[in-house]
Design a protein around this ligand. Structure first.
Ligand code: PEP
Length: 251
């Protein structure tokens, strides 16, 4: 039995005032528990505030990126152990915006995942194809290359303490959600790919879907057998939307 996870990705949004309003509403809405795990992945400068506000609540938190290095002369980088000091439980690795805009390839993403796990963070490994790749019929090749690089670098066992987020790039921030069937097909492919290396691990592995998830479409996505929750961008900034998505995950 896999407990669903709903993780918010705030991207480069938020302010001290707006965060306080949003997190108060989330805490109130999730205080009684809704039968799923929830977390928010926030910009680095807000980690102190988020830790103070969410400590003791059922909502976890994390960051959106991490350095592959443990420490040293890497100006601008943030290490996994620093994130742990701020109570992070999760960190996104390989988000498509970082792969596309910051040139992160699958090997670097694997090294970031190693750094995260060395500090006991749970990496949320983001994978997914562009529209051109989907139309070119190579979706499966793309996601298996992205996951395969991690397995080659770190071993399949590294996925035991990780979450995979399938995020078709064409569905991120566009309002175009993959249909539940489209998403399920790729989730099943991913689980099958991992099962080819370790069946028991694949059955436990949480594979969440991301790409324009909203309260209105979450239930049908989460009803699919291989979709174990969501990675939510835009809708995670709206308390009612995020709570609605969590409620759908808890059904
Ligand atoms: C994301 O940023 O990971 C994401 C899925 O964004 P959105 O929900 O806005 O499509």
């Amino acid at each position: 039995m896999r407990t669903k996870l709903v993780a918010g990705n705030w991207k480069m949004h938020g302010s001290l005032t707006a965060n306080e309003t949003l997190l108060s509403a989330l805490k109130a809405g999730l205080a009684a528990g809704v039968g799923c795990e929830s977390a928010v992945c926030v910009p680095f400068p807000f980690l102190t505030q988020v830790q103070a506000l969410l400590q003791g609540s059922p909502i976890g938190w994390g960051a959106q990126d991490v350095s592959e290095h443990a420490k040293g002369a890497y100006t601008g980088e943030v290490s996994a152990s620093m994130l742990r000091e701020f109570g992070c439980g999760y960190v996104l690795v390989g988000h498509s915006e970082r792969r596309a805009m910051h040139g992160e390839d699958s090997r670097l993403v694997a090294r970031k995942m190693r750094a995260a796990q060395a500090a006991s963070l749970v990496p949320i490994l983001c994978v997914g194809e562009t529209l051109a790749q989907r139309e070119g019929g190579v979706t499966e090749d793309v996601v298996t290359e992205q996951i395969g690089a991690v397995i080659e670098e770190l071993g399949v066992g590294s996925l035991a303490c990780a979450v995979i987020a399938y995020e078709p790039v064409w569905a991120i921030g566009t309002g175009k959600t993959a249909s539940p069937e489209q998403a399920q097909t790729v989730h099943a492919t991913i689980r099958g790919f991992v099962a080819g290396r370790d069946q028991a691990l694949a059955e436990q592995l949480r594979i969440v879907y991301g790409g324009s998830v909203k309260a209105g479409n979450a239930a049908e996505l989460f009803a699919m057998p291989d979709i174990d929750g969501g990675l939510v961008g835009g809708a995670s900034l709206d308390a009612n939307e995020f709570l609605g998505i969590c409620a759908a995950a808890g059904q």
